[in-house]
Design a protein around this ligand. Structure first.
Ligand code: GAL
Length: 690
């Protein structure tokens, strides 16, 4: 028998409400992540209305909490973590569980965030470290006030295999759960509130936004230096070198100690790289080898089950976290290591600990599974933060609560178009995703993958197994050099976008559905029959746009797939311009483009401004279109946490027209707290005429 649960919403910040339903939950995702919400920033967003007018119902059903949230006929639902194939999650059922992605959007993924956002502009977050089942407008109850009509499949062509229901149902096997609701009014506003509530987005160090190269697993220090030399000789930019398992004396399980033969003098290697302005990142997984010097100390602080014969420490215990932190600090960070790639903390079931595994803190195997990636991100970030040093790294598992950790998710699944969709989806859930490049069968595939990764949170080539180099296909070497250099030049733009992630919660990489104008245009335009030839724009808008995404405020990326010479690009309402030439590209329409192998199609909004690194540290500001533009340029020392104490610069770049209609640009300092990285500002007006 279902037992009705009474509950009340209380205001947590303007536009944010929460409720603890049923018994008190012991821990939440946010308490395990140990993050604080950014109250000032939430306050600055102002208040908004509580989104639900219909009733939210909560019941206890045989050991489960079952929550029911109203859902309108025309609502779309986005988010629910890092999904790879679909954008609109309505009419689906997800069982959210940390796992290696297995090729299906079913809830098992690297960041199964229990947060959804509706096209009506509100979000719902189930703040629990338990598995969460979400029936996103798919479960139909017989007592529904607005049930779908029963139809005859024999005669009625409108019959649906999955009739729409009028609520989202959520089930969690627990006696108590915390729910947080975020108001809008737009999708982006709700996502911003969620991001800020979860601690605000991370701000990577500047070097993190450069070019990353991971070398083959068993490379030695000499081979690493040879790789660096070859990058220099071939005039390819490089900022971070990643070492894979072979730097450990033993891996799977890990010792976290350097291998004396391959890396006899790790400190010297780090210094040599630092002299060249390069950083070093170390691969690890969390399973501690019996041969690790910290094994004995961690043994009593670990769970009942081993992974790859290594113990699984319970890092919710401060004592366990301190042991690993101290070892990492002394052996890696103090000699110059800049960060970690935390691998294998996601799944699969057959090698991870089972749900009934026991851990000394009392957390269940299930709770540890959902939060292990968060725990690793937290403790490794702390090592650097305690030294007032920023880090940027990789992790294969995260969850809600990881928004502020400077980590990017990657995986072994390698389907290119799905990698792009994941990039679109990542912004709904407060995670960063890299479509890392590992190998390719053809030069075309190589160049297309490298182009996309340059417009992602981490521009990384991972040659741990493939031994591939950027110059492996000579016919595209030049094109790759160009796009890598463009990525480097984009730093001021990207860095400012990340600053907005941190300060305002705005995701730097966003799906189209989050852009103003797209959904508005959809209403009314998609009524009636959609015709691909008569009205391709409405058709494109009505579908999930999962192969185009926004970077920052005004740049849109429409990647090419291998073997695709031509593609359709959806240009939302408003004028759009070609990034490279400044030519008008279209307005509220679908265009066909054929960019050749050298270029990835990029478009800029009317009035858009893209500040690029120019010669001699000048900033070259590319201005597009006819509209007056404004861009808030963010700058700081690029590597410490001093920005948290207000030590940063803000410069407003703006374009206007003089009395004769001639366009001009100006830079106005709004805040000036550190030495500027730029010698001056040059405005470049891209030919913006129709
Ligand atoms: C995989 C990981 C790869 C690579 C490899 C090393 O699990 O996804 O990127 O690091 O381990 O063994």
């Amino acid at each position: 028998m279902a037992i009705q649960v009474e509950f009340q919403w209380s205001s947590r910040a303007p536009g944010v409400w929460s409720s603890r339903m049923g018994g008190d939950p012991e821990d939440t995702l946010l308490s395990i992540a140990g993050v604080e919400s950014r109250s000032e920033a939430l306050k600055n967003m102002g208040d908004t209305q509580f989104p639900f007018t219909g009733e939210v119902k909560v019941e206890q059903v045989k050991g489960r909490m079952v929550l029911r949230f109203p859902l309108g006929d025309d609502e779309k639902l986005y988010g629910l973590g890092l999904q790879f194939q679909t954008i609109d999650q309505r009419n689906k059922a997800y069982h959210l569980k940390v796992d290696h992605y297995g090729g299906k959007d079913n809830g098992r993924t690297h960041a199964p965030c229990p947060f959804y956002v509706s096209s009506k502009g509100y979000g719902v977050f189930i703040n629990t470290p338990r598995y969460v089942s979400i029936y996103a407008g798919s479960a139909n109850r017989k007592d529904s006030p607005n049930p779908p009509e029963a139809k005859d499949r024999n005669r009625d062509r409108t019959w649906k295999a999955h009739p729409d229901s009028d609520y989202v149902e959520v089930a969690v096997e627990t006696a108590g759960v915390e729910v947080v609701v975020f108001g809008g009014p737009t999708i982006l506003d709700a996502v911003r509130r969620y991001n800020l509530y979860c601690g605000g987005g991370c701000l990577p160090p500047k070097w993190g936004l450069g070019i990353w190269k991971r070398v083959p697993s068993l490379y030695t220090d000499k081979q690493v230096m040879n790789t660096v030399k070859e990058f220099e000789e071939r005039d390819f930019p490089l900022d971070v070198v990643g070492l894979e398992p072979g730097w450990h004396s033993k891996s799977y399980p890990c010792t976290y100690e350097w291998d004396n033969e391959r890396f006899p003098e790790p400190g010297v290697l780090c210094s040599k790289l630092m002299e060249k302005g390069l950083r070093i990142n170390l691969w690890e997984n969390p399973y501690v080898s019996p041969e690790a010097p910290i094994y004995e100390k961690l043994l009593p602080l670990s769970g009942t089950h081993n992974v790859w014969c290594g113990i699984v420490p319970d890092y919710t215990l401060g004592e366990a976290a301190n042991i690993l932190k101290e070892q990492h600090r002394r052996t890696h960070v103090d000699i110059g290591v800049s960060g970690y790639k935390v691998d294998e903390c996601d799944g699969y079931d057959r090698w991870l600990w089972p749900d009934y595994a026991e851990f000394p803190s009392g957390h269940t195997g299930e709770e540890m599974r959902q939060t292990y990636g968060l725990q690793m991100q937290k403790l490794t970030t702390e090592i650097f933060k305690e030294k007032n040093q920023r880090t940027y790294g990789l992790v294969r598992a995260s969850n809600s609560g990881g928004v502020s950790f400077p980590y990017v998710i990657y995986n072994d699944y390698y389907k290119f178009d799905d990698y792009i969709t994941a990039l679109c989806n990542s912004g709904f859930s407060g995670v960063l995703w890299t479509p890392e490049v590992r190998g390719a069968k053809t030069a075309e595939e190589w160049v297309r993958r490298c182009q996309v990764v340059c417009f992602s949170p981490m521009a990384m080539i991972n040659s741990w197994a493939s031994q591939m180099e950027l110059w492996s296909f000579p016919e595209v070497e030049k094109a790759l050099r160009e796009v890598m250099k463009l990525r480097k030049r984009m730093l001021p733009y990207l860095y400012s976008a990340f600053a907005r992630y941190h300060f305002e919660g705005i995701p730097p990489f966003r799906a189209f559905a989050m852009e103003n104008g797209i959904l508005a245009a959809e209403e009314g335009e998609t009524d009636g029959d959609l015709d691909d030839t008569e009205n391709p724009y409405a058709v494109a808008v009505a579908k999930d746009v999962k192969d185009q995404f926004m970077v920052g405020d005004c740049l849109m990326v429409a990647p090419m797939l291998p073997e695709q010479e031509e593609r359709d690009v959806l240009l939302p309402r408003g004028d759009w311009f070609d990034f490279y030439t400044g030519e008008w590209a279209g307005n509220g329409q679908v265009i066909k483009v054929k960019p050749g192998l050298e270029k990835i199609p990029l478009y800029v909004k009317d009035g858009g401004m893209i500040p690029l690194m120019g010669e001699n540290n000048t900033l070259s500001v590319q201005c597009y279109g006819d509209k007056e533009g404004r861009f808030l340029l963010y700058d700081d020392d690029g590597e410490t946490y001093d920005y948290e104490k207000g030590k940063y610069n803000l410069v407003e770049l703006a374009t206007t027209k003089d009395a004769e209609g001639k366009r001009c640009g100006k830079a106005e300092i709004k805040q000036d707290k550190v030495a500027s990285s730029y010698e001056g500002y040059q405005f470049r007006f891209m030919s913006g005429k129709r």
